[in-house]
Design a protein around this ligand. Structure first.
Ligand code: SAM
Length: 208
């Protein structure tokens, strides 16, 4: 039986040599549209729904694990989108994949909480990751972060200023915040946790 790694290796929806495209991502899509990325994409529903409604934006979904990425690839096979591609990689190496200012927006959705203090630097909204995002995000770019985990959200809020970023907007109950909910696209985890009655936390940050 073919394993998930082999199936990913054969997929035309995956960019197999992401490091070679640093500074050249517009060539991958064949246009100059802005590039937005989701880090820790999971099964890709959020990226696919966004890409379908915004054909003039290019999307790249980044996922560390093959088994999860495979689910996104299978969905793309049923409904191919020209403005969406996937990368299998650890986001720790993101600065080797995108050039300075090459990314217009970064989405972090339901990032793994890494609850132990000694693992704080692995959390995707940590100051260590914010430093990496600073290196690849356009000057006026934004990071949008959603989670159902209050501790992770509190941690993420505390990281903003020390990392040199600023809060543009935040809510502790996205689904009852009319202004921030406008245009919201649900992720797989968001659907699961909000259906259990959990509030969804969200922030948008930027830097000057
Ligand atoms: N964003 C999706 C959603 O909201 O439905 C999936 C959320 S899931 C809890 C977190 C995902 O992030 C997992 O699929 C995990 O493998 C991925 N992930 C965690 N750390 C990562 C990293 N350093 N680089 C790439 N992906 C990562």
């Amino acid at each position: 039986m073919t394993g998930s790694r082999e199936m990913i290796a054969d997929s035309r929806f995956v960019v197999h040599e992401p490091f070679e495209n640093k500074g050249k991502w517009n060539q991958v899509f064949g246009n100059d549209h802005p590039i937005q990325i989701e880090i820790g994409m999971g099964k890709g529903r959020f990226m696919m729904d966004l890409a379908a409604v915004n054909p003039n934006i290019n999307y790249i979904g980044i996922e560390k694990y093959s088994t999860v990425l495979l689910r996104a690839i299978q969905k793309m096979e049923e409904n191919e989108l020209a403005n969406l591609r996937f990368i299998r990689m650890d986001a720790e190496d993101i600065c080797e994949v995108f050039d300075k200012g090459e990314v217009a927006k970064i989405y972090l959705n339901f990032s793994d909480p890494w609850p132990k203090d000694r693992h704080a630097k692995r959390r995707l909204p940590s100051r260590q990751f914010l430093e990496r995002y600073d290196a690849i995000l356009a000057k006026d770019g934004r990071i949008e972060f959603k989670t159902d985990n209050e501790d992770l959200f509190d941690f993420a809020l505390e990281e903003i200023e020390p990392a040199g970023w600023q809060l543009e907007a935040a809510t502790r109950d996205l689904h009852h915040d009319e202004r921030m909910l406008a245009g919201n696209i649900m992720t797989e985890y968001e659907e699961k946790f909000s259906s259990l009655g959990n509030p969804i936390y969200k922030y948008i940050i930027y830097r000057n």
